[in-house]
Design a protein around this ligand. Structure first.
Ligand code: S3P
Length: 175
């Protein structure tokens, strides 16, 4: 039985906040791939990008994914670009169910300005966000559940995923 719930989705869709609350509700361990990378490298995400570049970041990200995929009973929040590597998606799918959080570009823009995102640091225009979303469209396909968070409170998002998860587990148990 798959016991991990994995949150994927573009920057600013609320993966970390929603993930933390869900973990508490479901009595699972909360893990965040970005925080794990920061621990391993000993630097903040933006400093990893600045010092070593995106390629190094992606390689650390894949190592963290492989490590977490071996563990059970976690809610894992991932960085927005984790899906760019099909190996990451394969490993995550094998170990849990994928829930993809979505949001309209305008909503993403207002949310991402609250924290430094290396990929949007130079240009966080609506055009840039739309371009990145388009580039990643196919990579976000194949999740088990999609939740549009644009017009929802975090509590509503959590409740929706929680209800879906309970149903999923019930189905698994009943076979
Ligand atoms: C990234 C998203 C970030 C972080 C890194 C790269 C991306 O995580 O992993 O800056 O490629 O979309 P969040 O989705 O939590 O912002």
């Amino acid at each position: 039985m798959k016991t991990n719930l994995i949150l994927i989705g573009f920057m600013g869709t609320g993966k970390t906040t929603v993930g933390r609350t869900l973990a508490r509700l479901l009595d699972k361990e909360f893990m965040d791939t970005d925080s794990e990378i920061e621990k391993v490298v000993g630097l903040k995400i933006e400093d990893i990008f600045n010092r070593y570049g995106e390629i190094r970041f992606r390689s650390e990200e894949s190592l963290v994914v492989q490590k977490l995929a071996r563990r059970q009973n976690q809610v894992i929040s991932t960085g927005g670009g984790v899906v760019l590597n099909p190996e990451n998606v394969r490993a995550l799918k094998a170990t849990g169910y994928l829930v993809c959080l979505q949001a309209a570009p305008e909503v993403i823009q207002s949310r991402v300005s609250r924290r430094i995102r290396p990929l949007l640091r130079k240009d966080n225009s609506l055009e840039r966000i739309k371009e990145l979303l388009k580039e990643r469209e196919t990579s976000y396909r194949g999740a088990d559940l999609y939740v549009d968070t644009s017009n929802c409170t975090q509590e509503e998002v959590v409740n929706q995923i929680y209800a879906w998860w309970q149903q999923k587990i019930k189905e698994e148990i009943e076979g």
